[in-house]
Ligand binder design. Sequence first.
Ligand code: ADP
Ligand code: ADP
Length: 217
Amino acid sequence: MRLVLVGPPGAGKGTQAQFIASHLSIPKISTGDIFRANVSGGTPLGKLAKEYMDRGDLVPDEVTVAMVRDRLSEDDAQEGFLLDGFPRNVPQAEVLKKMLDEFGTALDLVLELVVDDDEVVRRLAGRRTCRSCGKVWHELFDPPTQPGVCDACGGELFQRDDDREETIRHRLEVYQEQTAPLVAFYADEGILVGVDATGPVEEVTQRAMAVLRRFAD
Ligand code: ADP
Ligand code: ADP
């Protein structure tokens, strides 16, 4: 299956993407994770992306699209994929459509994770990420056994630079202006399904999987 997850920063896209991709045995492709890996690795792409990410702005489309094209050309993405964080504006969605068309395929479904702004702020403010394995935790909603230490790998947890209050506010504005129009774009294409993303992580996964099973039948 070829899927896209949309939703505001903090909606739980990364968290859900991990479970959904594993249930469906498809790769999870998260543009935010790829950018962050490049920033930590000090690559030219990382150096360019960092200034936009730190401000909470989108990295320019040419750069992002080229990176996604490379990733979607890899072997493991030929039978399906779950995109998390891409597309993030209508021009990216249009390029993705053309790109898949060139590959002779198309998206099957776009899942919109629906949560209100207050919950998004609570989720972002408490988000902690493992420096070693990238697993995402939450200070209150999904705390590791020992504060500051990843249960999965023993790595150190940190707060992302862009999860500070000022930047969070700006990212939510960027979402409203640039990313929210994707909901109408994909509704017009007839492939948008909204999923209530409130409540425990497992319940949200179950709701998303129920939608995907209905689609597969
Ligand atoms: P969140 O899910 O919290 O919004 P992400 O990890 O998806 O965060 O993205 C972090 C940052 O990486 C974004 O604020 C943006 O700067 C950059 N980024 C990620 N995906 C894209 C994209 N598709 N287009 C442009 N910039 C992106
Ligand atoms: P996104 O990729 O959309 O920015 P994340 O998956 O990183 O969102 O989740 C943001 C924060 O919210 C993380 O700290 C995560 O542990 C937490 N979170 C995710 N889903 C839920 C949920 N259903 N209930 C409470 N907290 C959640």
